[in-house]
Design a protein around this ligand. Structure first.
Ligand SMILES: *Cc1c(COP(=O)(O)O)cnc(C)c1O
Length: 320
C-alpha cells in the first residue's frame, strides 16, 4: 500500500502503456475471437456518472427517479424482446448471474424444500453457465439432463418429453427447462415454441438463454427466428454482448416479478424502512440476491437515448 501520493501522469502512463495493452482487446473493431464486443463510450459515461453521484437504487424511496429510469430500461428491453406487457426483471452482472437468479426463483416456486428431487433440462449444446447455476442453486449433478440435439444442433423435443416422463415416473420433480436462443458453438436456436408447450403441459419453468443471440431480435428480418421466446418465464440477455456495452451489464427479464419476490423478498433489518408501499415502486433489493447495488440502468439508458435504438438495429444487421 502506497503511503504517499503518486502523480496522475505517472499512473495513467503505467496503465495505458503497461497494463491495458497486455490483453486481447474486445473493444477493437477487428476483434473477432469471441462473442463479447464493444465498449461503447456513451455507456461508459453513464457508468461514470452513476458511480460519481452514487445514488442508492436498492430501494425506490432512496432514489425514486433513478429507480424509475432503470425500470424504464427494463421495460424497453422486455419490449424489444417481444415479451408480454407487464414483464420486467433486473439488471445483473451477466448471464451466469441471470440464470442463477432464474433457477433459484423456479426452485422456490416448484420445489420448496424438496431440492434434491428437482430435475433440470437443456440441450447438450447449452452454455455451461446453466449447469453451473443449477449446481449453485443446490440441484444435484445427477439431476441435470443434457438432451441430445438434431442435425441443426437444436434440442430434440421428443427426447425432452421422454426424459421428463421418465423422471416423473421415478418420483423426481422436473421443474426447469432452458432453451437457448443462439448457442455459443453454432448459433443454433432451440425450438422455443415446442419447448414452451412441453413446459406448459408438464408445469415446468421455461427459461431462455439469449445471452448473446436474443439481441438479434432487433433486426426485423431475424425476428421470426425468436418466435416462442415471448412464452418464457425468464430470459437472460447480455447487453455487454449484443448491445456493445462493457462487461458487467447483463439482464434477466421475467414475465412475473412475484416469482422473484417469492425467492428474494426479505423481512428487512429494523434500521431499513418498510417494504415498498406500492407495487409499481420497485425496491430492487426485494427481487434480487443483492442488497446494495450499482445503478446499472444508466449504462443502457444513456446510449439508448443518445443514439436511438435504430443505431443498434443497424449495427446488429451489419454484424449479421
Ligand atoms: C456469454 C454467455 C453465457 C455466460 O454469460 P456471462 O455473462 O459470461 O455470465 C451464457 N450463455 C450464453 C449463450 C452466452 O453467450
Amino acid at each position: 500500500m502506497p503511503e504517499e501520493p503518486s502523480s496522475s501522469d505517472e499512473l495513467l502512463d503505467f496503465l495505458f502503456k503497461k497494463v491495458i495493452p497486455a490483453a486481447f482487446n474486445p473493444a477493437s473493431p477487428s476483434y473477432l475471437a469471441y462473442i463479447p464486443g464493444g465498449g461503447l463510450f456513451s455507456s461508459a459515461l453513464g457508468e461514470l456518472i452513476a458511480a460519481t453521484v452514487n445514488r442508492y437504487t436498492g430501494m425506490w424511496a432512496a432514489a425514486p427517479a433513478a429507480v424509475e429510469l432503470e425500470t424504464q430500461v427494463l421495460r424497453w428491453l422486455a419490449e424489444l424482446m417481444g415479451l408480454p406487457q407487464g414483464s420486467l426483471g433486473l439488471l445483473t452482472s451477466g448471464a451466469s448471474m441471470s440464470t442463477l437468479i432464474a433457477l433459484v426463483a423456479a426452485r422456490e416456486k416448484y420445489l420448496g424444500d424438496e431440492i434434491l428431487k428437482g430435475t433440470v433440462y437443456y440441450s447438450s449444446e447449452v452454455h455451461y453457465a446453466v449447469a453451473k447455476a443449477a449446481r449453485v442453486a443446490g440441484i444435484p449433478e445427477r439431476n441435470l439432463r443434457p438432451i441430445p440435439v438434431d442435425s441443426q444442433f437444436r434440442l430434440r423435443i421428443d427426447l425432452l418429453a421422454q426424459a421428463v416422463h421418465q423422471d416423473r415416473d421415478c418420483d423426481l420433480v422436473p421443474f426447469f427447462v432452458c432453451g437457448t436462443a443462439g448457442t455459443v458453438s453454432t448459433g443454433a436456436i432451440d425450438p422455443l415454441i415446442e419447448i414452451a408447450e412441453v413446459a406448459i403441459n408438464h408445469d415446468l419453468w421455461f427459461h431462455v438463454d439469449g445471452a448473446y443471440g436474443a439481441a438479434f431480435r432487433l433486426v426485423p428480418e431475424l425476428q421470426p427466428l425468436f418466435t416462442g421466446m415471448e412464452l418464457a418465464d425468464s430470459l437472460a440477455i447480455d447487453p455487454y454482448k449484443g448491445f456493445f456495452l462493457a462487461y458487467g451489464t447483463g439482464a434477466l427479464l421475467v414475465r412475473d416479478m412475484s416469482n422473484l419476490r417469492r425467492a428474494f423478498g426479505t423481512s428487512p433489518a429494523a434500521y431499513l424502512p418498510e417494504l415498498q408501499a406500492n407495487e409499481d415502486q420497485l425496491d430492487f433489493r426485494e427481487f434480487s440476491p443483492e442488497l446494495s447495488r450499482e445503478w446499472r440502468g444508466l449504462r443502457l439508458w444513456l446510449p439508448f437515448k443518445l443514439h436511438g435504438v435504430t443505431a443498434f438495429r443497424q449495427a446488429l444487421a451489419d454484424w449479421n
